[in-house]
Design a protein around this ligand. Sequence first.
Ligand code: SF4
Ligand code: SF4
Length: 86
Amino acid sequence: MAYVIAEPCIGTKDTACVDACPVDCIHPKKDEPQFEGEELLYIDPVECIDCGACVPVCPVSAIFALDDLPEKWEAFTARNAAYYGR
Ligand code: SF4
Ligand code: SF4
């Protein structure tokens, strides 16, 4: 299992979750070239340790444990993984 960033991140993308993640598995970060071109951030499903630390810091509640991801945002699971070529 891994955590997934869903639609509410689009338009906010404030990177608060990046600083909360102990294993640095949320990208692109502000200093990465891909940051401007991506409308949201993504969690690496292989590197994520399921700690949940990113969830409470997100101002728009965009981050979900896979089991809690609303069905309407199902596609974001693959979208997060695809960013990392998973
Ligand atoms: S659940 Fe933990 S490891 Fe996974 S992205 Fe969030 S902060 Fe990082
Ligand atoms: S804290 Fe929430 S809105 Fe901000 S970048 Fe992370 S997922 Fe997106």
